[in-house]
Design a protein around this ligand. Sequence first.
Ligand SMILES: Nc1ncnc2c1ncn2[C@@H]1O[C@H](COP(=O)(O)OP(=O)(O)O)[C@@H](O)[C@H]1O
Ligand SMILES: [Mg+2]
Length: 446
Amino acid sequence: MDPDRNDTVLILEDFHPFLDIDRQPELISMLRSIYKRSVVGSGSNTLILLQPEMKIPSELEKEIQVLELPLPEEEEIRTLVKSVIDTFNIGPRDYDDNKRLIDAALGLTTGEVLSAFSCAAVKRKRLTVEEVPLIVAEKKQVISKRGNLEYYEPEQMMTDIGGLDNLKDWLDRRNKAFSQEAADFGLDAPRGIMLLGLPGTGKSLAAKAVANTWQMPLLRLDMGRIFGGIVGQSESNMRAALNIAETIAPCVLWIDEIEKGMSGMQSSGATDGGTTSRVLGTFLTWMQEKKKPVFVVATANNISLLPPELLRKGRVDEIFFVDLPTKKERCEIINIHLNKRNRSLPENDVETIAEKSLGYTGAEIEEAIKDAMYRAFSEDRDITVGDILDSIGATTPLSRTMSEVISQTREWAKGRAVPASPETPEPLPEAKCAYVLKQERGNPFD
Ligand SMILES: Nc1ncnc2c1ncn2[C@@H]1O[C@H](COP(=O)(O)OP(=O)(O)O)[C@@H](O)[C@H]1O
Ligand SMILES: [Mg+2]
């Protein structure tokens, strides 16, 4: 480029790796001088940077206007597919202009859409609904590679969850809430829920079951990875993830163990330079303003690490507290996991197991059944009640060492969260070593 000319448009494509002031100080000062001249002088030089990420040296930050290009939507994808059809000479009989085929590519960039459809066209010599799984498989890979999000098509159903009837009813009432009829009726699309409770009580399972029941793809947002990347990128990671979710909508955005990402607020709030609170801010603003049907399911195991902003009314539609299963719920859980393995036991045996598993979570009951299955198999016989009772006797549930935390959580949840189950929680046996927890971690609700 002639530095003396004053009427140039300079486009730098994928130039971001060079925008590092430590390595390229001359380059950056040159870019600045191009810009300066057009402001001070009479010319109008324009600099356009085309790049996939928000990497701008701070020296240029004030002078650059950032435009985030949205991912292609339905119409644009349809145009891209038409170009693939032309390129690969796919005849009208081998192309099915189906919404499902087009929707399958939502969330991909222009290049990725072209590449996914081209691959399918080369492999199958046609583009029809039959090719939807191919496009979805490609999308799964691409989205996971881009980081922070994982794409699931869960198979779990509401009937795979034992207990949690309040939560199930709540979700059931909103089954059709994303439809056009619901909008015409004057309903707002549900925004999301927060599930709080001990590990292993079925929170993640519920997120998967909602997506499957509502026939929506499930996007799992990994908070650890949002914060784990390069310093300064957490916010743009968050924005990119939310952007993908909006493009794929209607979908369920599952933020598993949200407190893991947010713990920086308390423990290292001073040292992380406010990153955590900025990311949280980005998320909360998005929650408040989002127009697309993205249903958020946030789960948290440790309430004490949650920033209060997240729990304020109006952020999510409802906050549910998931307690340990009651005897009746444990019976359901035992039956579900036996049925999954094509087994069943008489009702009174199931009740005996449920009685002996007071304080066990769904995950712990499932583990005991699995363990009993292994034992029976290794001894060349079928599983018995005795095997399951032995397995239960041989494990110590988490609640035993955490009974203090559980009673505090129950107290905390009163008035702040809706119980996920209509059942009255059962009192737990005395803790053996709760004092250790107290000493080590302090009161989590202080
Ligand atoms: N209420 C439940 N009903 C049936 N299975 C359960 C239940 N709770 C937990 N499980 C079993 O334990 C597994 C792990 O539970 P998960 O949903 O990951 O717990 P959380 O997310 O609350 O830590 C589930 O996939 C399921 O197999
Ligand atoms: Mg979980």
